[in-house]
Design a protein around this ligand. Sequence first.
Ligand SMILES: [Zn+2]
Length: 500
Amino acid sequence: MTGITHGGIMTEIRLYNTRTRQAEPFVPLDPGNIRMYVCGPTVYDRAHLGNARPVVVFDTLFRLLRQVHGADCVTYVRNFTDVDDKINAKSAETGRPIREITDETIGWYHADVDALGALRPTHEPRATDYVGAMIAMIEGLIAKGHAYAAEGHVLFDVRSFDSYGRLSGRSVDDMIAGARVEVAPYKRDPMDFVLWKPSAPELPGWESPWGRGRPGWHIECSAMAHELLGESFDIHGGGIDLQFPHHENEVAQSCCAHPQGQFARVWMHNEMLLVEGKKMSKSLGNFFTVRDLLNRGVPGEVIRFVFLSTHYGKPMDWTESKAQEAATVLRRWRGLVAGIEPAPRPAPAVLDALGDDLNTAGAIAALHGLAAAGDLAGLLASARVMGLLEQGMGDWAEVRQQSDLLEALVQRRQEAKKARQFDVADFIRNELAQAGIELRDLPGGVVEPNTSADQAIQWSQGMTEDELERLKGADGSTDLRALIEAYQQHVARRVLERLE
Ligand SMILES: [Zn+2]
């Protein structure tokens, strides 16, 4: 048996399967090679915050599977769609070569998801590297009577696949009634979808039995999943917005091309992201990219924590106050685990919560329990299974270093603002400002105290020899960080006394 055990019992993982509409024990097809496919981005622009949710959700599942079954026993594929009309449009608009645009966007994407603490998947295939496999799959579908060529196009015949609609729970006739389907003269049925389409000379294209053209979007994932994971694999994930038509079409293509396989056994869909209770949209002015948030000083680790505080199957409401709370919790935890070695294994309570259909909110509650019980080694090991408190992701917590009393004071000011006691909030801000500690309110609810080193040094000139001795570092000179912290403590105590 592979994997870790606690109390002699291996962590059981149960996952809600969209295909069967129930939570099921997760039993890998091959425990030595658990295979997961997640639909990745179309690379023409920066990832918006909603795009980042599946990245964090399925990264957490990837980490859990590696923890329970062994780090070498999980293959995770997430693709890049690098052939698409939006990319072509951007190229036409800017005059830049397509490859330059897609390479640049992939670089941005990596930088953004790295900042969120997401591990790189095992494979990140680019669609344009698999066009040969797509053509072969389309030829197979035509040979089996599931697809037909017409006017340079190849279309999938949805009426040839009895189970069409099963994943999303709708019948073909309902779909026709409810969807805005493209009616085209070459289609036998309005629901038939494109596997291949002709390309004009100025657009990207590949030679095929149906002339020069390019693949439809859905066939990409079917072909890449087949090449890298085989005819049957364990988990297919993505946002709920992809369930229909994209995932429905993937199932149809793959199950018809490889009827002996099962394609994906478990389908998982994360719900959508809201911002302050509203759907994110450019017209509402609440649309932002991951990079926008990072640039505004919201750390990637904080974004990740906020995402994980809501179960993936529920809509996630991004709010400034959640980001602020997450920053406070993470800063406190980072302070607690400083210098601590992680326990050899995560706490059972955290693994059990994650194993319960990725109950990340429950796992965070269990982390709070470990912190409260003083099990700091357990806290660190358990947080890391969720991609939190990782090394190299905590610089933000150190840069915004603040003493306990200053943190208490900042907290007090936030509470005063919430209670609309603006005189109290202003008093705190002004008193600190006079002492050279400027509070910067960053979007995302993060407050960054900026302390004047000059004023701290000036203050230190009134110190006794003994007091100064305590601020000296290993090399015998005064440690500026320690001095600033002592100064913050001194100023904050004075302001708190005046507030009494
Ligand atoms: Zn896909």
